[in-house]
Structures are given as structure tokens and as C-alpha cells.
Design a protein around this ligand. Structure first.
Ligand code: PRP
Ligand code: ZN
Length: 290
């Protein structure tokens, strides 16, 4: 058996599921190199002191809380359900989903207030209990570990509380959402028992991952413009600090390089065109270290 206690830090990720592919993609974008086979229990990075451990997502928070692994990537939904003693470090911007209350399409139930004395199937009993308590509803919780959406058609429940991402699982099972309980996305969690030495490695990994996440929010933009409108352009694109300006061979013209935030990208480009910028070239940012 390989020894994983070799001074490297350990990161637990979902073995096989909704988050697996995006998680591996994020780690690769952060420059981590490792082999990953479907049947493997862990991978060692060869260019960073990190072991990646593949676990069932529901087990990840416990492994992190106990210190068996230093970090974990998991849906917020599981942390909200289990309330483990871990620290949330980063929201990762993928694995978006919501915990929802749903009923069969033909059900007369239209709101949670009609759930008194009804059976609710869920793999999220704690979140369901808190939700019912908040609403002052006396429902019966039927705990099911998987395929919750099948429970109403087997007459095991009147409603379900389950994760909805694309909504296709619900649609396939003739269920409709009547209320949303909370939103969730993938997060990076850290153990509260990480040693000082390992914490230094953790910090380095967090800088790498944050760099990838920050880059996703920006586009690198190059454009040509008459020198006379430089001040106007600077107002439109404040950039991170200030844009890079160089002169062009055509007299009175300059080339400007800067970054634009993704969420205001199109309105910014429109404004730039309006004031007279031309030849606007947009490139993705691979990493951004702030
Ligand atoms: C959730 C949920 C549904 C599915 C919904 O399971 O239990 O089965 O995702 O996704 P959709 O709206 O895109 O169809 P999850 O992937 O978390 O698996 P797990 O409960 O087995 O961990
Ligand atoms: Zn799961």
C-alpha cells in the first residue's frame, strides 16, 4: 500500500459525479499535473506536494473535519446539511444547483403550507427538518439515500426535497418544483487541524486556484484609438490599475491594453466603440494573480 503521509497535503474530491469533471478541470488549470484513472483511489501530483483522494462526496466533509485530509472540494449543499466543523475557503463557480421542494405534476399541493401530515422523501433530512420547523409544518420525513425522485411514483411520499441542477431528473420523473430552499455551488473547504508546515503548502495551492478563478472573471483587451480620447477610454476601462499604452506608427494613434470584467464586458465594448476605439481584440486570461 502506498503511504500518503509523506509531507504532501491531501485534497479530497468527488470520485464520480456531478462535480468530478469540473473539479479535475480546475486543478489542471491551476497547473497541477497528475494522472487520473477512473478506478484509482488517489493521485499524486508530480509538480506540487499534493495527493488527490477520490471519495464519495457525502463523506468528504467528515474526512476534512477529522483532519484525515487537509482540503476538500464539495457542494455547499452537503456542508449545509451536515454542518461539519470545517472552514470554507473559496466558492468555485461551478456545480450550481438548488435544494428544492417538488411534488408530482398532478398533485394538488401548490405550496409548502400544504405539507402538514404529508410524507416528504429526501436525502437531506437535516435541511428538510430545519425548513419544516422554520415554516411551522408537521411533515413526515422519509430518508432515502439515492433516487429520491422515484419515491412519489412508488407511493412512498407526497413530495420530495432534492437537489435540482438542470432540472432534467425532475422532469423525467414528472415532478414540478414548488419552492426553492437554498442555492449551492462547489466550494473548497479546509480542515481546522492543518499543521503549520502543511498550511504553507495549502496557502500556495489557494493562490493558484484563486488565480484561475480570478482570471475567469476577466478578459484581456487590446484596441487602437486616437491619442486624444485616451482619458475618455481610461474612464470607461479603469483596468486593474492603469492600462498599458504604446504609440502606433500612424501619427496621433495609440494602442491600449487592459482587462475588462466579464460581467460588464459587452456594455464596456459598446462604449469603447462609441467613443472611437477600433480594432478591438479580446483574449481570455489564463491566470490572474492579484
Ligand atoms: C442530484 C440529485 C438529482 C440530480 C439532479 O444528485 O439527487 O439526482 O443531481 O440533477 P439535474 O437537475 O441536473 O437532473 P447528485 O449529483 O448530487 O448525486 P448524489 O446525490 O448521488 O451525490
Ligand atoms: Zn452524494
Amino acid at each position: 500500500m502506498k503511504n500518503l503521509n509523506n509531507g504532501s497535503i491531501k485534497l479530497a474530491i468527488q470520485k464520480n459525479g456531478r462535480l468530478t469533471e469540473s473539479t479535475l478541470g480546475l486543478l489542471k488549470s491551476a497547473g497541477l499535473e497528475f494522472e487520473n484513472y477512473k478506478k484509482q483511489l488517489f493521485s499524486s501530483c508530480w509538480n506540487f506536494p499534493l495527493n488527490i483522494v477520490y471519495l464519495r462526496d457525502d463523506d468528504i466533509p467528515d474526512y476534512v473535519a477529522s483532519g484525515a485530509v487537509d482540503l476538500g472540494i464539495v457542494g455547499e449543499n452537503i456542508i449545509i446539511e451536515q454542518r461539519n466543523d470545517v472552514t470554507m475557503q473559496l466558492k468555485l463557480g461551478f456545480g450550481y444547483c438548488s435544494l428544492c421542494l417538488a411534488v408530482p405534476k398532478e398533485s394538488p399541493i401548490t405550496s409548502s403550507s400544504e405539507l402538514n401530515n404529508k410524507k416528504i422523501a429526501t436525502s437531506y433530512p437535516q435541511s428538510t427538518k430545519r425548513y419544516l420547523n422554520e415554516k411551522g409544518i408537521e411533515g413526515e420525513i422519509v430518508k432515502i439515500n439515492g433516487s429520491v425522485e422515484i419515491a412519489p411514483s412508488l407511493a412512498m411520499a407526497d413530495a420530495v426535497i432534492d437537489l435540482v441542477s438542470s432540472g432534467s431528473t425532475l422532469a423525467l420523473n414528472d415532478l414540478r418544483v414548488i419552492e426553492k430552499i437554498f442555492d449551492s455551488q462547489a466550494v473548497l473547504i479546509k480542515s481546522n487541524t492543518v499543521s503549520k508546515v502543511k498550511n504553507n503548502i495549502v496557502k500556495k495551492l489557494l493562490i493558484r486556484i484563486s488565480g484561475v478563478l480570478a482570471a475567469q472573471n476577466y478578459k484581456y483587451v487590446m484596441m487602437n484609438a486616437p491619442e486624444s480620447i485616451l482619458k475618455t477610454i481610461q474612464k470607461i476601462v479603469p483596468g486593474l490599475k492603469s492600462p498599458t499604452v504604446s504609440s502606433l506608427s500612424t501619427k496621433g494613434w495609440i494602442s491600449i491594453q487592459t482587462v475588462i470584467k466579464e460581467d460588464v464586458f459587452w456594455e464596456t465594448i459598446e462604449k469603447l466603440k462609441e467613443v472611437g476605439a477600433t480594432g478591438i481584440l479580446v483574449l481570455p486570461v489564463e491566470k490572474l494573480i492579484l
